[in-house]
Design a protein around this ligand. Structure first.
Ligand SMILES: [Zn+2]
Length: 177
């Protein structure tokens, strides 16, 4: 296991415990002494995704992780949120007991979770995944969310956080000059 801090190839395990469906190990780098965590999990029978052009590709958890992480970048979400979403989706996919799953199905699962979590992350993910054809389609989606937020604002992060709003207003004033 390569140390994420200094790239050294060797570490020692200082703690290991069973979690849900795997084993969590705390490791310490033998060169820089930094600590990091690894998870070991059983690889269930292969799962394939069916892409838009009907090609099959082996399911990779990292692909969803990257997409969700990008969407949630710099959003005020508790640490571990992204991993939890992906864990959740992965578990649900394997529970389906199918060997092939359309990418659209997985994308919809991600969107459903982001939508109830954070609208900015949702819009970011949706704009990549759904490839909004034009700005009108995107605006419609944002409007729908904005209306929804007014009705259910209690459990949602603000669509535009107050500080970003201030920055936007400032930029607008500047560009008007
Ligand atoms: Zn190190």
């Amino acid at each position: 296991m390569i140390c994420p801090y200094c790239g050294h190839y060797d570490s020692k395990v200082i703690d290991s415990r069973e979690v849900n469906d795997g084993i969590r190990r705390r490791r310490q780098c033998l060169r820089c002494d930094e600590r990091f965590t690894t998870y070991e999990r059983l690889q269930p029978a292969s799962l394939f995704v069916i892409k838009k052009d009907e090609r099959r590709e082996e399911f990779h958890r990292e692909k969803i992780l990257t997409g969700v992480r990008k969407a949630c970048d710099k959003r005020p979400l508790p640490s571990g949120t992204v991993e939890n979403i992906v864990d959740d989706i992965e578990a649900e996919l394997y529970q389906l007991g199918k060997t092939e799953i359309p990418t659209k199905y997985i994308g919809d699962m991600v969107m459903a979770r982001l939508k109830s979590l954070d609208h900015i992350a949702y819009i970011r993910f949706a704009s990549v995944y759904r490839e909004f054809a034009d700005i009108t389609t995107l605006k419609e989606e944002v409007d729908t969310l904005a209306n929804h937020t007014i009705l259910h604002s209690a459990d949602q992060l603000p669509l535009i956080p107050p500080d970003e709003l201030a920055v936007t207003a400032k930029n607008q004033r500047r560009s008007r000059r």
